[in-house]
Design a protein around this ligand. Sequence first.
Ligand code: NAI
Length: 262
Amino acid sequence: MRNLVKGKRIVVTGSASGIGWETSRILAEQGAEVLGVDVNKNFDNVEEFYRADLSDPRAIDALIDVMPEGIDGLVNNAGLPPTKDANLLLRVNLVGLKRLTYGMIGKLSDGASIVNVASLAGIGWPQAVNAIKASEHLDFNNLDQFIEQWRVSSEGGRSYFFSKEALIVWTMQNRWTWRERGIRMNAVSPGPVDTPILKDFLETLGQRAEEDRKAMDRPGTAEDIAPIIMFLLSDMTTWIRGANIPSDGGMSSNILCNMQGL
Ligand code: NAI
């Protein structure tokens, strides 16, 4: 059996709560050295904690500067729910996430694994390809213009959906970007998970959330998601690249089958 994560140095963003908290906890339990990052202080579960606001480019750059080298895994998990202001949401969920990742490449070891926490909310990405292409050069200073032009405001949770659609596509696009160094990037897409932000989703999605709830036997838990992130960080998955792994109690299959009349 190849090594799971023992002895690996792994950065987890959004480590103070929910999925990030549980991921950090089980990684540490399995012998990884976990470097947690969050805007909120809560660090019982990590070896080292870095307080940083990942909506702020200067804070991101400062974080990259102080990070050690030899990092074997980066979990881009920090994220804001759909009820938040679209500009702030896109800073954290997309633009800041990309900036942190690009900035961290030099600190990653050869063979490192990058795991993006996307969402079932990103399943509609094929219908958003034009906006996603237009977002390739999105930066902290042109967000408002982009939000208006591509109608990705917080209305109906669109900014959140878009952030996750674009993240799934960015993951696929980076399937081979760092292949010479053996660095891979994948995504995990949870369905509704019982964490502090679940209520925000239910609030935003209204009737649709109600239908989802009826279709599902139960909401997910952070314990359902964290092991999948750990698996993707492990040496067992070196040939999984640019993939998006749903972990949603069957919801994505349900949506896709219904869409195709299957
Ligand atoms: P959570 O709210 O429990 O955890 C998110 C963490 O990100 C918090 O600790 C928060 O402080 C941190 N964070 C937020 N803004 C930040 C910033 N500017 N700088 C640094 N840290 C920041 O939520 P949860 O559910 O654990 O979410 C984790 C990820 O999972 C998110 O990307 C979310 O979109 C995704 N997700 C969650 C689902 C759910 O139903 N809970 C479903 C699908 C995806």
